[in-house]
Design a protein around this ligand. Structure first.
Ligand SMILES: Cc1cc2nc3c(=O)[nH]c(=O)nc-3n(C[C@H](O)[C@H](O)[C@H](O)COP(=O)(O)OP(=O)(O)OC[C@H]3O[C@@H](n4cnc5c(N)ncnc54)[C@H](O)[C@@H]3O)c2cc1C
Ligand SMILES: NC(=O)c1ccc[n+]([C@@H]2O[C@H](COP(=O)([O-])OP(=O)(O)OC[C@H]3O[C@@H](n4cnc5c(N)ncnc54)[C@H](O)[C@@H]3O)[C@@H](O)[C@H]2O)c1
Length: 475
């Protein structure tokens, strides 16, 4: 039986980072991936195809605005051309995640389904068994499909199938208003679909700061048919269309009609079928493999990273956890994950940026905090661009240390990055004021927000009194 320093189960964002990192340090590493090509959900069915689709959708939508300047636009979306763009993005990025590249790094790549035989042995397709001193579970998650009458019989889409449509859906129903639901609903609406988004809760962007959620939702309302406090009760196929019966929390019902229904109601971890019980690894009642801050499961030599551990289901989180595991499992360090500095972005247009605590979270822990907020109509570049929907909001403690930062705005996912740096480096908000921003860039929104910290400091309290006195003496 071949023995390894590290076996990595799953070749997505988390697993690939762990395998590459461990191998670069000289460890003997095995990577097991069930699909033909590594890359995981993000590359094949998630971030990459969705962002390729969003780009096309936004380009087409914005081209429609050219009518304001006397241009005219006509025609229909060609699904095959969109699919080509998506496939091109996937195949170009696939090169970084290819089996060949990992083999060149010295990693032994096994293609097959891995499952536990014991706490240090993994069987691949129940044919070959390999041994590992340490094992990393990085098997990701899959769509959670609720039990809905007639859904399976009528057929439905998930993120695994929506990027392969051959015919453009003129009417699309989307169940679930989380990041997957809102991003794809807006993209299809901008391509020309009549989209109805069905959300069980009373609002969208449930994990976002209330100000950001409220604004982003009000903007989406202009493009989508939104149904709140509603879930899908029944789906019936009538010739080429689906009749979708919605049930509201107040007991009322409504029927809508669509060509397709996308299910985006959450995720389930890929922890079943791994025979975790043979290794003694425990999961919680949702099947998430619970880990401590060092990413260790209840069996200290077995680690779990990425969506499967249920912490934060994002690609950059899976990669950061994979990096940390290399330090702990290969170098024997005791590093801990720092989720407080983990940003995320919902790529609707405008984008919604999130870092650290929201104002609601600060209120509920009765923290003393300050709010510095700039609407984008006070930022020259956004005014010139005619993109003033949005704001930057930075929340600090009494001393000016950043507790949270939230923004809505075109490009917010990029222009807010300097706040992530400042928070991670434990810098005060005032330090962002001292960074020179070339006029008139978008990130100036951050500088203007931090300037208000200085204004408050200089023009309130004891400082203005001292200053006045000093100037009068100086005169
Ligand atoms: C539509 C969509 C859009 C998204 N957009 C973003 C985004 O913009 N930004 C962002 O940060 N996140 C985004 N995400 C989330 C992101 O895709 C996930 O958080 C990320 O892929 C998690 O990485 P992972 O390594 O945990 O799992 P995955 O990337 O899913 O990798 C798990 C791998 O394990 C393999 N596997 C599973 N079981 C076994 C087994 N028993 N044996 C062998 N191999 C196995 C799978 O085939 C897969 O390749 C998006 C998700 C979706 C669905
Ligand atoms: N831009 C990004 O970084 C990005 C994009 C897409 C996905 N993701 C990641 O993938 C994860 C999964 O995304 P998701 O949107 O599938 O899940 P989610 O759990 O974040 O959202 C699911 C939504 O569906 C609603 N819902 C659940 N059951 C329902 C029902 N029966 N009827 C109507 N609504 C229902 C929930 O209230 C929730 O709002 C996200 O949490 C996110 O971390 C990230």
């Amino acid at each position: 039986m071949t023995s390894y320093d590290l076996i990595v189960l799953g070749g997505g964002a988390g697993g690939l980072t762990a395998a590459a990192g461990a191998s670069s340090l000289g460890a003997k590493v095995a990577l097991i991936e069930k699909d033909e090509q590594p890359g995981g959900d993000c590359l094949h069915f998630g971030c990459v195809p969705s962002k390729a689709l969003i780009k096309v959708a936004n380009d087409i939508y914005k081209a429609g605005r050219l009518e304001e300047y006397g241009f005219s636009r006509s025609g229909h979306v060609k699904m095959d051309k969109i699919n080509e763009r998506i496939k091109h993005a996937i195949s170009s990025i696939q090169e970084h995640d290819s089996i060949e590249r990992f083999e060149k790094m010295g990693v032994d790549v096994y293609t097959g389904f891995g499952s536990f035989v014991s706490k240090n042995e993994i069987a691949i397709d129940q044919k070959v068994t390999i041994k590992g001193k340490r094992i990393v579970i990085a098997t990701g998650s899959r769509p959670m499909v609720p039990q809905i009458e007639g859904l399976k019989e009528s057929g439905f889409l998930t993120n695994k199938t929506i990027f392969n449509l051959t015919k453009f859906p003129s009417r699309l129903a989307v169940a679930g208003g989380g990041p997957i639901g809102v991003e794809l609903a807006q993209a299809f609406a901008r391509l020309g679909s009549d989209v109805t988004l069905i959300e069980r809760e009373p609002r969208l962007y449930g994990k976002e700061d209330s100000d950001a959620a409220e604004l982003a939702q009000s903007l989406l309302e202009k493009e989508l048919n939104l149904r709140f406090n509603a879930s899908v009760k029944k789906v019936e196929q009538h010739n080429t269309e689906k009749k979708i019966t919605l049930e509201y929390k107040d007991g009322s019902a409504e029927s809508i009609f669509a060509d397709h229904i996308l299910i985006a109601t959450g995720r389930v971890p890929n922890s079943d079928n791994l025979f975790l019980e043979k290794a003694g690894v425990k999961t919680d009642n949702r099947g998430m493999i619970k880990v401590n801050g060092h990413m260790q499961t209840n069996i200290p030599t077995i680690y779990a990273v990425g969506d499967v551990n249920g912490a934060l289901p994002f690609t950059h989180v899976a990669s950061s956890e994979g990096q940390l595991v290399v330090q702990n499992a290969v170098l024997g360090l005791k590093r801990k994950m720092d989720y407080a500095n983990m940003p995320w972005v919902i790529y609707t247009d405008p984008e919604v940026f999130h870092l650290g605590e929201t104002e609601d979270e600060l209120k509920s822990r009765q923290a003393i905090y300050h709010v510095y907020k700039t609407p984008l109509n006070e930022v020259d570049r956004f005014v010139a661009d005619h993109h003033t929907d949005g704001f930057v909001k930075i929340l600090t403690d009494r001393k000016g240390y950043i507790l949270g930062a939230h923004a809505v705005g075109e490009g917010a996912g990029d222009f807010m990055q300097e706040v992530v740096f400042a928070k991670q480096q434990k810098l005060k908000i005032g330090s962002l004021s001292q960074v020179v921003h070339p006029y008139p860039n978008h990130a100036a929104a951050v500088q203007i927000t931090s300037n208000s910290y200085w204004r408050e400091k200089l023009f309130k309290g004891i400082v203005p009194k001292i200053l006045k006195r000093y100037i009068s003496i100086f005169r």
